[in-house]
Ligand binder design. Sequence first.
Ligand code: HSE
Length: 445
Amino acid sequence: MSTTSSTFNPGKGNGEPVGIAILGHGTVGSEVLRLLNKYEDDLVHRIGGAFELKGVAVGDLAKVRPGVPKELFTDDAMELINRDDVDIVVEVIGGIDYPHEVVLAALRAGKSVVTANKALVAAHSAELAEAADEAGVDLYFEAAVAAAIPVLGPLRRSLAGDRVLSVKGIVNGTTNFILDAMDSTGASYDDMFAEAQRLGYVEADPSADIDGHDAASKAAILASLAFHTRVTSDDVYCEGISNISATDIKAAQSAGYTIKLLAICERLIDDNGQETVSARVHPTLVPRSHPLASVDKSFNAIFIEAEAAGRLMFYGNGAGGAPTASAVLGDIVGAARNKVHGGRAPGESTYASLPIADFGDVETRYHIDMEVDDRIGVLAETAAVFSDRGISLRTVRQEEGGEDHARLVIVTHKAKESDLAATIESLNNLPAVKAVNSVIRLEGE
Ligand code: HSE
């Protein structure tokens, strides 16, 4: 495998090629290596200078890696990072603690960093951005959100002159696969989760996908860039999909909706004009006519609304080796170009420092499915619980339940999370209510 190009070589100004080190050789790292080699001649022209792969750090040197010269591998990441001829460090290891250590070391050693690690960026953005600023180097992470879909670049650059109002999207392919399969086949959550696992979609720690943590990290990154405010994964309200049943999917279908796990980042403005930022991840009913409803299988899509630009939608592959490597390569070209020609990528901007909204103050609509006694006056008793909290009902549908009970499906107008939570508590204490089966938020109208 050739790792050096001599076709075009102004290098970094001193005639030396831009040195690249890769940390990790898993699904993404091996694809980055393959594509760097495959597109080498083109990349040299796009960078405007030669580059050279200096090494690949791995955990297990004994593992057989066909097609890659053995001498490229090392198990000493720190030594590789600190080499004088390494200018760009590409982190594709995954996890948080060890990548945190090596990425910080790389930035502090004056190396630009390209990472695909959403959990790392969402947890430690402040420290990493500060280290990059102090060293005057680049920190790129396009692949961390929705892999191949270019969404961070547009937020950082193309929309830098606009005012973003909201970013809403499907940013986890595994949960979208499961919900889409439940929607199209009527199958149970457990069966479709097993199918997603069989196909290799689910992360080694399934909770990252199904409990929404992966999407929450991405929401934190999107909200930070959209609202020029530091948002970490701890600021994101997060609910996963494991409680979604085939009955919920069917109820959604009969009302004209589909259920998606959405990451929702919004700029909220209260009655006094105070702006806050809300970032949340939860299963959401989306009208079938909404563009996000047609995002099927394991695809991702992000919907951005900005004051001047209006509505923008980004769609594509949000996971997988090659799609993630595509975004990593784009960042490598950007960082390498800056090494050759000077200048830096647009960095983090958190000047707005908007407060994070209290989740109880967030307003949305709700779809509530419950079992009630089937007798005179129950509808009025139930409706009174909502009106006591100032929640207005949009639709009420009663269906036959069992022998002595009925199924009531209520859709509310916009209401505050805190009021809705109190309403559900009161409903659970109302003798006429046998069970509140599900409460699912509703977006997109
Ligand atoms: N597990 C993630 C997904 C991979 O399903 O989208 C990309 O972060």
